[in-house]
Design a protein around this ligand. Sequence first.
Ligand code: SF4
Length: 335
Amino acid sequence: MIYVDPTETIEKLRAMNAKRILLQLPDGLKPRVFEYFNALSKEFNVIVSSEGFYGACDTGTMDVYGKVDCIVQLGHSRIPNIDYPIPVIFEEYLEEAQENFQNVDFSVISNSGYKKIGVLYSIQYKDTAENVKEHMRKIGFEVYTGKKDNRISYDGQVLGCNYSSLHSISGEVDCFLVISTGIFHSLGAQLSTDKEVFILDLNDRSLTSMMERTERIKRKRYLSIFSVKEKNKFAVVVDSKVGQYRIKVAEKIMEILKRNGKEVVLVYTNESNPTDFSNMRADAVVFTGCPRVPIDDQERYEMPVLTVTEFFMVFNGNGNGRYVMDEIVGVDPVR
Ligand code: SF4
């Protein structure tokens, strides 16, 4: 159960003397929209965004910014190093701290010979992670919490595009445990390290290794990655979302492609549409926005779509044959 308490948000809105509010909810929280809208609209002029959005990296398009005083976004934690163009209040809907992992069999980790575990979590399991860590200590594991960088709000937290909490303790631990639901965060974690990553999925109360399925995904990525060298027409895509905007690296990629005799177009988007690139007759796409678009959505595109680091693996020889996960540390200012 996710808890709802807009009291703190209302106090912040009063303090900033906000009148007009844009309310953004991810699909998973849309069933609570009436409840939340009613609470806020007693005092403020609220409109609800019906646009899809993906994380704290995405606060909608510029055209809305002049029409509201503040955005209230539910379900995500602030990305500290983004310079948001207008005030944004992030209401971090945490799952109530759970104990329902007590019957999960952690021996799958100890049977692999691991003792020192780095524990990571997606934001809604921040409180639950403390309970899991305590439980793991009691059953004999040494538990580590990694330090975050400036794109992350809390130590131990991960985003699908940032595993700084993992890298900071990589030298100290035997393996990692990601507390989440679905494989989105644990897949990214396994792509970013050679150490084994386990997922503790609290929906189905299972604990499994990500190693094998990540290897299958990597094999598919390599097919895309190494097919592009022979391609001729490239679309280099910049996503205009405030937390995905990487124009400088896009320009660098353009230069390298031109030096290699390729035809290149620079494309701006706020919602990447596979049909656009088919209509452009592009042979390949390099996507500098969310790195999970190429990894998770490749099958929607007719042509290979590479992340930034995958591009540099092919054209600069980065990684020495090892897969390099594209992680966002910082973005360029959108102005
Ligand atoms: S860039 Fe992608 S993975 Fe990173 S926060 Fe945004 S939607 Fe999530």
